[in-house]
Unconditional design. Structure first.
Length: 223
């Protein structure tokens, strides 16, 4: 298969497996999603979903979050990776939203990435899932699988994003980045597949062609 054929096969398989992928992080609005994605760095989505309900019950707006001390924020998120740094970033970020953005999450990459703790991937998730701007957030699963599936060289996350945007139609970006994440967790983990044994890797590597008998229900949102 050439790259286009591989991408077409992967997309078809993912759409059958996960026809309606839902964002895995619990959120109610742009601000709560921004905080949840920021917390998810070096932390599982499941862990983030365990800590954010209590945090958002205490402060689910920039105005209320900005009034909390760093120590108070840390008390809610201490089980997340890099919690002390994240607590500082959340407090400062909230202050900036109040002082510079009228308490609203900005809708441009430049403004989002200027916020403490917000990188390109976090900004991309917010732009895609909240503002419906075509973006292709690349996390560790996507970066790993893009290289395994020979859709990208895997030299950098930035290169992977550029390569995937070329092989998948823009209209699919919103769903396909979530579909790849779910597939990497369920079927093609770093240790669970050696690049030849899963539903997608086998056909891509010339093994027996596998046909899906029926769609598999998408992973439900963690409650």
């Amino acid at each position: 298969m050439n790259k286009k054929d591989r991408a077409d096969f992967i997309l078809k398989t993912l759409q059958e497996l996960y026809p309606n992928p839902k964002p895995p992080l619990l959120h109610e609005d742009p601000f709560t999603l921004l905080i949840a994605v920021l917390l998810s760095a070096q932390t599982t989505d499941a862990r983030v979903n365990l800590v954010t309900p209590a945090l958002f019950k205490k402060a689910k707006t920039p105005q209320k979050m900005a009034k909390l001390t760093v120590a108070q924020i840390l008390s809610f998120i201490k089980t997340c990776g890099l919690a002390p740094t994240k607590a500082k970033n959340i407090q400062k970020l909230s202050q900036i939203l109040v002082e510079q953005h009228q308490g609203r999450v900005p809708q441009t990459f430049e403004e989002l990435e200027a916020l403490p703790g917000v990188g390109h991937k976090t900004a991309s998730v917010v732009m895609s899932q909240i503002f419906n701007i075509p973006t292709f957030p690349v996390d560790t699963h996507i970066h790993r699988l893009a290289k395994r599936w020979k859709l990208s060289s895997g030299k950098s996350v930035e290169q992977t994003e550029r390569d995937l945007k070329k092989v998948f139609p823009e209209s699919t970006w919103h769903d396909v980045h979530l579909q790849i994440i779910y597939y990497g967790r369920e079927h093609c983990s770093a240790r669970g597949c050696n690049g030849t044994s899963c539903l997608i890797c086998r056909p891509l590597n010339g093994r027996a062609q596998l046909k899906l008998q029926k769609p598999i229900e998408p992973i439900p949102k963690v409650k």
